[in-house]
Design a protein around this ligand. Structure first.
Ligand SMILES: Cc1cc2nc3c(=O)[nH]c(=O)nc-3n(C[C@H](O)[C@H](O)[C@H](O)COP(=O)(O)OP(=O)(O)OC[C@H]3O[C@@H](n4cnc5c(N)ncnc54)[C@H](O)[C@@H]3O)c2cc1C
Length: 338
């Protein structure tokens, strides 16, 4: 019989599990029921009592590696913690969220455990099969493996997060000899939350295209007005910002640019393929190399002056043939009243 271990880690708050960890827990609960397999949960972090409350009803065995050394992401300590948890649970299948913290250690942990690892997993089949996409989300593969332990890194946003039911489980502490480490974490320097424009957990993807920086009907460029309109909307709607390739490429061509936009925002064939419930495209033509990046955006709307743009050809659910400058100014005004 398979023994499933789901590895989780606490977030920056030091005590709570993040959404990606709770999604992995829900996926593991479902899989363990389908396979009739034993399920254990492993927690890594400063302390695990807050995590245990969130894990109520998921599994009776919760193992934890805790302490100051495990508060911060660091390869040596995270790998040692995960290795100890895998051994303690005698796991044959290990599920973990593909957070930046775990994605970088899990191949190493799989190697230490003599196992194999697959990454970018989007779904798990009831007969222990894992699904992932290849070649920029064009080819979907279903993988089965005989080797054990089998480590699977689950993509965030592919499962519903576990929500607690009943009482918090007891925690079994797993002792780990703290490995020698040359890395000390002195703090985190990150942009303020509202300056972060890429928000994978946002319900809405807002895409800005090159039209925002092109000459408008008055023959003038209005990039300076575009910036507050776009940033104002992102803040009010808590949306994530995407871009077309043409817009992010302009910075290298000495053309008018939106200062907050980088190549990381690019959506499409040579950009990202994020997962959001809804998407709103503005001043973007909706050409195929861009729209393939919308594969996982369920409800799509676009604002374009051109009634014949790519979005009109079955790529958007709703196309507003309108001036995005005017529409977004009105939308921001309405949001401000809320
Ligand atoms: C190999 C390859 C890979 C590529 N990969 C990608 C990729 O990953 N991602 C990507 O995005 N592109 C990619 N492209 C480029 C892609 O084909 C398009 O060139 C690009 O998406 C166009 O960007 P855009 O729609 O913002 O700009 P444009 O084509 O210039 O369109 C601007 C649009 O803005 C509209 N507009 C202007 N003013 C307003 C206004 N006031 N209100 C409303 N609408 C307005 C115009 O009507 C126009 O439709 C790739 C191309 C190739 C060949």
């Amino acid at each position: 019989m398979e023994k499933i271990l789901v590895l989780t880690h606490v977030d920056e708050s030091g005590s709570a599990l993040g959404k990606a960890s709770l999604e992995a827990v829900a996926a593991a609960v479902e899989l363990s029921k389908a396979l009739g397999a034993e399920l254990a949960i492993g927690v890594v972090g400063l302390e695990a009592s807050g995590a245990a409350v969130q894990l109520s009803g998921a599994a009776s065995t919760v193992l934890a590696v805790t302490g100051e050394a495990f508060a911060q992401p660091r390869y040596a300590t995270d790998a040692a913690a995960c290795e100890a948890l895998v051994k303690a649970a005698a796991a044959t299948v290990v599920l973990a969220p593909a957070t930046s913290r775990f994605a970088r250690v899990m191949p190493g942990v799989a190697h230490r455990a003599g196992g194999v690892v697959d990454t970018h997993i989007t779904a798990l089949g009831n007969t222990l099969e894992a699904t992932r996409w290849f070649y920029r989300q064009r080819v979907e593969a279903v993988i089965k493996r005989a080797s054990r332990p089998w480590f699977l890194l689950l993509e965030a946003g592919t499962h519903t997060a576990w929500s607690a039911v009943g009482n918090a489980p007891a925690i079994e502490a797993v002792a780990v000899a703290i490995p020698e480490s040359r890395t000390t974490v002195s703090g985190i320097r990150a942009p303020k939350q509202d300056e972060q424009t890429i928000r994978p957990d946002a319900k809405l993807l807002f895409v800005a295209g090159a039209g925002w920086t092109k000459k408008q009907q008055d023959g003038q460029v209005h990039a300076a007005e575009a910036e507050p309109l776009i940033l104002g909307f992102l803040r009010a709607a808590d949306a994530s910002l995407g871009s077309s390739k043409s817009l992010v490429d302009q910075s290298g061509e000495n053309q008018p640019v939106l200062k907050f936009m980088t190549h990381l925002n690019q959506i499409g064939q040579t950009g990202a393929t994020p997962r959001h419930a809804k998407g709103l495209s503005t001043c973007c033509h909706g050409e195929e190399p861009h729209v393939v990046g919308w594969r996982f955006v369920n409800e799509r709307r676009a604002i374009n002056l051109d009634a014949n743009c790519g979005w009109a050809r079955g790529k958007a659910d709703v196309l507003y043939v309108a001036d995005a400058f005017k529409v977004m100014a009105k939308v921001n005004e309405l949001l401000a009243k809320k």
